[in-house]
Design a protein around this ligand. Structure first.
Ligand code: SF4
Ligand code: MG
Length: 319
């Protein structure tokens, strides 16, 4: 709720006050068990910072974070470590997030040891074997090292490591961006299957519209630190309301699972999150900009229904 994270920049910019990068500028979201919220936006829009703040890998400046009723934002020390088993992250590049000197057995079992979640090394071994089966890897892989696996297999190992603590909530930060298209689909299907089986809540971060469309129940569109639009997937893709969302959809080819589609370039350069435009942040690139858009930042309104699954929020003076 109301997450804010600004990064002060080193140095003295143009003799003025210290510049600040407004990476996340008041973002609120809720995700229910068994639900996936897709978070989409261009690089530099603040998507990863939202994820990192939720897990407190980066400390938010302000905001509240709740997981299963626990106030995560106020936890410290051991309590914070303990909640981490309920909230996990799967990273983009399995190559760099897996220690090359450790075997799969050690990598996947490590969170159990770190958080003292298993009574014995026998229990760790059993649970590692079980979770590897869940992600589609057999026990014959236990003593192998990350470099002996393909990119897709390495991402399966990354997922196993996140699942072994039995989390309720998992953040995927571009989990398939480093993979070949054919492997991408397999990993996405695995992520979906695991959710059906266990009821995990997911925050799925991606710059790839096709991937987000495939995996999400609801979608939030991020632009320069704020959510400009969020809605159920069907509403967002069929009735996009914000000019930025419309431009993204118009510039992306039609859905085709075999073709990888990324956010196409939209007219004009994305402005810097350090020197934000006045008024609506999108106005320098917006085809529908009006005089008020330069002067006043729009407020977020709900143009959908009142039920949680019908909410359609948009931040634009057109509404
Ligand atoms: Fe475009 Fe104005 Fe809406 Fe911003 S507020 S998206 S500039 S119409
Ligand atoms: Mg990122």
């Amino acid at each position: 709720r109301h997450l804010i994270k600004h990064f002060p920049l080193a140095g003295n910019f143009w003799g003025r006050q210290r510049a600040v990068l407004r990476a996340v500028d008041d973002v609120s979201l809720a995700i229910r068990p068994g639900e996936t919220l897709g978070l989409v936006g261009e690089s530099g829009s603040g998507k990863s910072t939202v994820g990192n703040c939720i897990l407190r890998l980066v400390e938010p400046d302000r905001g509240e974070i709740y997981c299963q009723g626990q106030a995560v934002h106020s936890l410290k020390g051991n309590d914070l470590r303990r909640i981490r088993r309920r909230m996990q992250m799967v990273f983009q590049d399995p190559q760099s997030s897996l220690d090359p000197r450790m075997t799969v057995q050690t990598i996947v079992g490590y969170p159990l040891k770190l958080q003292r979640l298993a009574a014995s090394s026998t229990e760790v071994a059993e649970r590692v074997e079980h979770i590897l089966t869940e992600v589609g890897l057999g026990r014959e892989h236990l003593d192998r090292y990350p470099h002996e696996f393909s990119g897709g297999q390495r991402q399966r190992i990354g997922i196993a490591r996140a699942l072994i603590t039995e989390p309720a909530f998992i953040i995927f930060d571009e989990p398939t961006s480093a993979l070949d298209v054919s492997v991408q689909a397999q990993i996405l299907n695995l992520i979906k299957t695991l959710q059906h089986r266990h009821g995990y809540a997911y925050l799925f971060i991606s710059h790839d519209l096709t991937v987000v469309r495939h995996i999400s129940h609801r979608v939030a569109v991020m632009y320069l630190g704020i959510f400009v639009e969020s809605a159920a997937k069907g509403d967002l893709f069929e009735q996009p309301a914000h000019p930025y969302t419309r431009a993204l959809l118009a510039s992306a080819p039609k859905p085709n699972p075999d073709i990888r589609q990324e956010l196409a370039v939209i007219a004009g350069d994305p402005p810097s999150p350090v020197h934000l435009p006045s008024g609506c942040r999108f106005h320098p690139r917006c085809p529908e900009a009006m005089p008020i858009c330069r002067q006043k930042a729009p407020k977020t309104k709900n143009i959908g229904g009142d039920r949680a699954d019908k909410l359609h929020r948009v931040c634009c003076h057109l509404y």
